[in-house]
Design a binder for this molecule. Structure first.
Ligand code: SF4
Length: 477
């Protein structure tokens, strides 16, 4: 009998951020005391990080084909096992991590392993990936991964596998057998659906997963929750970019989840604040925290960037309703949108203080290649990097200044952004937010404390970026 084919699915860590704030730390000039402090804090961040397993790889590793053994290498925690033989290595490629993924793929192929590349970067920019792979998977791989594994077994691997949008109502049980459960903050990740009906121009979710909401069968999800909680009693994360976009579905799902008595967190739109029955059901089913994309409180910016789910004057009320239901909120903002002015930071500060938002995330607009905003900024000559080099930006937690804001000079923008984050993230605010959070108080405090430190590093990093930025009148191709 021939030995089984060995397949390794690889998750690459980001260059920096909560996972691994390497670039921010390594470029910081610091004295001996702060170097020791930073090293200690890095270790603490790594140990207590909110790391979750790579769900897309978990889904693929759960597909069983006789004669094929699949495992996952999460490079946030382990080195790549070069000394072992692999018949196929699958690497998930994100834009900004592409250079690193290509270098690994090239090394493996030189050593005789075959490499398949998939993920967002392959779906959007296949041509740049082709020289580094034996096979490419375009799109969501759920339906074609079995075919690819069968081809591997038969030694008929194709150069390209093209996926449509898989029908998520098909029964595809996900297993955690390839995971080291102790590594993660929780391994209870459950996908409920994909796709987003909205069209925010800075977001690539609708570009990659489509506008149609595709949902898994509710009974499959409930079964998975019951199965998962046997070996991990920790919090659940329902992975769905907008879990409240189909309220009837969400109501039915979480009414069935409620008797299981789990705690969970997820992502939702601020519209939830006006969906009273659903909000109550979320709270009763164990929802402890949600990530909401507030993005902008400027009516003009919301309209220019097609963030249309809520009007700006409804946002504060929505946030308050959700918090009053006992759910803590991580709310992300983007400063530097096309309707923003130097008055915007003041408005953001007032909003955070009025709503008592538990964990604010203050981001600079990131023109991700493949999004409409990237195309628009390129046409308007406002990008600060060469748009032909789609791997040019670092894609880090640390904020990057990648474009010229429309209404604010670059220097003034960076100064006002830095001032804003300096005021939002302080030790005093971390303690106050933690104590005032409606749930998960310790996690809220810890998250704010990390942000206080990481945004400090990010401000120095931004300063360095500005020293290298093209002159004000330079227009890149
Ligand atoms: S930002 Fe959120 S609501 Fe907007 S398109 Fe992306 S996933 Fe949908």
């Amino acid at each position: 009998m021939s030995s089984p084919k060995r397949v390794l699915l690889v998750f690459l860590p980001s260059e920096s951020g909560v996972d691994n704030a390497r670039s921010l730390y390594s470029e910081t000039k610091s004295g001996v005391i702060s170097a020791v402090f930073n090293r200690r804090l890095r270790t603490l961040i790594k140990k207590s990080q909110f790391a979750i397993p790579p769900l897309s790889l978990m889904i693929l590793a759960s597909i069983e084909v006789e004669g094929v053994e699949q495992s996952i290498c999460d490079m946030r925690f382990e080195e790549f096992p070069f000394s072992e033989h692999w018949d196929l290595v699958g690497i998930s490629v994100q834009t900004g991590m592409a250079r690193k993924a290509f270098a690994l793929a090239d090394r493996l192929r030189q050593g005789g392993s075959r490499v398949v590349l998939g993920g967002a970067h392959v779906t959007l920019f296949a041509d740049s990936c082709r020289p580094h792979a034996d096979a490419l998977v375009h799109g969501e791989a759920d339906d074609l991964w079995r075919e690819l594994l069968l081809d591997l077994k038969a030694d008929t691997l194709k150069a390209s596998y093209q996926a449509g949008f898989p029908d998520l109502t098909r029964h595809r049980p996900v297993s955690k057998h390839t995971l080291d459960i102790s590594r993660y903050f929780t391994t209870n990740l459950i996908q409920t659906g994909r796709g987003c009906p909205h069209s925010c121009d800075f977001c690539n979710v609708h570009v990659l997963n489509g506008h149609a909401l595709r949902r898994r069968r509710i009974d499959d999800i409930v079964d998975e929750v019951e199965r998962f909680r046997h070996d991990d009693r920790r919090i659940f994360f329902f992975v769905d970019d907008s879990i409240n976009a189909d309220p009837a579905y969400a109501l039915e799902l979480f009414r069935k989840i409620a008797p299981l008595q789990i705690s969970w967190f997820g992502q939702a739109t601020t519209t939830l604040g006006q969906q009273h029955e659903l909000l109550e059901t979320f709270a009763q089913s164990g929802c402890k925290a949600l990530l909401v994309g507030i993005e902008s409180i400027e009516a003009e910016s919301r309209s220019l960037h097609k963030k249309n789910q809520n009007r700006s004057n409804e946002l504060a009320g929505a946030i308050k309703s959700i918090r009053n239901a006992g759910i803590s909120l991580y709310g992300s903002f983007i400063y530097g949108l096309d309707g923003d002015t130097l008055e915007t930071p003041r408005a953001i500060l007032d909003f955070i203080s009025e709503t008592k938002l538990d964990v604010p995330g203050i981001n600079i607009l990131r023109p991700i290649p493949g999004t409409r905003v990237f195309e628009r900024l390129r046409e308007e000559g406002r990008l600060l990097f060469d748009p032909a080099d789609i791997t040019a930006f670092r894609y880090t937690f640390g904020q990057e200044m990648l474009y010229r804001p429309k209404n604010i000079a670059l220097d003034a923008f960076v100064e006002s952004y830095s001032e804003l984050t300096r005021k939002v993230f302080t030790v005093r605010n971390s303690i106050a937010r933690g104590l005032g959070a409606p749930s998960l108080k310790a996690a809220v405090m810890l998250f704010n404390a990390f942000y206080t430190h990481l945004y400090t590093l990010s401000r120095s990093d931004l300063k360095r970026q500005m020293e290298k930025a093209p002159a004000e009148n330079t227009i890149l191709p």
